[in-house]
Design a protein around this ligand. Sequence first.
Ligand code: ATR
Length: 275
Amino acid sequence: MKRAGVIGYPIAHSKSPIIHGYWLETLGIEGRYDRYAIEPDQLADGVAALVRDGVCGFNVTIPHKLAIMDLCSDISETAQKIGAVNTVTVLEDGRLSGDNTDAFGFRANLESSVDTAVLSMARTALVLGAGGAARAIVYALSSMEISKIVVVNRTFDRAAELASSLGALAAPWEMRTSIVRDADLIVNTTSLGMAGQPALDLDLSSAKAGTIVADIVYTPLETPLLRAARDKGLVAVEGAGMLLHQARPGFERWFGVRPDVDGELERRLLAASSS
Ligand code: ATR
């Protein structure tokens, strides 16, 4: 039986077992996907133990996404550019191959939520936030037809560093609303709008018709930003899909079948997120 899982600390909150467990069940694959709590100073030993136990791969979450890179013998170009690894495959000789599937997840969610003709017209993107998720999203956008990506962040230096390493532009946080009118695509990568957090303060009144507004926050599924976008007749893209789609490449590598995202999987993720 093939076994995979997710490493992190703490790990109890991880939704990945719900996603992979659903695919194992519905695709009739005999396999397991478990949570593994590995403390930050135990990463090398913890991973070596998993490899010894015959695990064929694992997802990586906070706080190990950077540190795991030192343990990988090869790292995909995508993961190197994003600067983090979230998916590891154990090779036959026990060495580790690291990848980052967040950019794939963001793009696949966008492509499955937005009309292809509308998406292919998008040229200018406004990205709010400059953390790890923003890096993956800017990388994804730069692989699309988007020619201008503007990153705004509360801490300007992080936006400037991200923009210069990934070929985007940086602007001060205070300018975010004035950039809305130029944007074909707006992406919130900050935690603002999450349950228990303040809403993102972004006035969409100058947005062009057809502007796509995406959020990576998925609790609640309809954030205040997405509600405002829908109220203005803009195209809203919910955040749960990025989490679901980013899981697909790892599952395919470990269990040999490319899984799909369907409505029942979305329902299970949301049920688990609200409990
Ligand atoms: P992740 O890796 O999940 O993206 P992160 O690195 O903690 O998480 O990034 C969180 C993002 O949300 C950052 O861009 C952060 O801005 P700073 O770089 O200035 O910290 C942003 N963020 C969090 N709380 C915010 C707030 N109250 N106002 C504006 N931005 C906020």
